[in-house]
Ligand binder design. Sequence first.
Ligand code: 13P
Length: 250
Amino acid sequence: MKRKLAAGNWKMNGTGADLAELARLVSAHPDPACEILICPPATLVHRAAGLSQGGTLKIGGQDCHAAQSGAHTGDISADMLRDAGASHVITGHSERRQDHGESDAAVRAKSEAAIAAGLVAVICVGESLEQREAGQTLAVIGSQLEGSIPDGITGDSVVIAYEPIWAIGTGKVPTVEQIGEVHGFMRDRLAERFGRSVAGAIRLLYGGSVKAANAAEIFAVGDVDGALVGGASLTAEDFSPIVAALEASS
Ligand code: 13P
């Protein structure tokens, strides 16, 4: 059966002292009924993986280069993340699409590299406020899915995260109807391209201002298989109730 996924993206936050939060998280969920993934900054991936207690807690990167190695100063390859103990990597987060000009083609190439290295690619899509207000949400999501997801994926090799840009870090959350509409659309699009059985096995996460107070209502939406959480994943105190809400919905 498909395991739901509670994922935390620490973004550019955290130094060694914050690893204590991971130890707290692991002890709060020794035998979780869902998967738990934390994507700390690259500097902490190796140490975080050492705390993962036989794999109960999965550790991921926040980005990877599309190439295996080479003259790319400051970049990190999927193989390097894997070597450091990561099992997942986020690709195509809107902050990378915006801050680093990453196109759908670049996100696809990174996702291919991740899968080739044996990592699960957590591929992010999401519309801007202008696009939503112009009624373009489904068209934008459809073309991001088409351009960013590699061919030949399996239900295990990718996770898709729907993160409306206007909901990230703003405290604004789409209605459950809006989340359900996009997630249902994504499932249908994936089924058209990869077939019903692969599409049904892919975890679809919602991300954008998920907190303990709204988690249960979001997890009750059809086709929501978990969350990608930013700010509320930085401490065990904030993230643990979100994990518990997902466990309760599993
Ligand atoms: P917030 O949960 O802080 O809104 O961030 C969401 C996000 O971007 C996770 O990748």
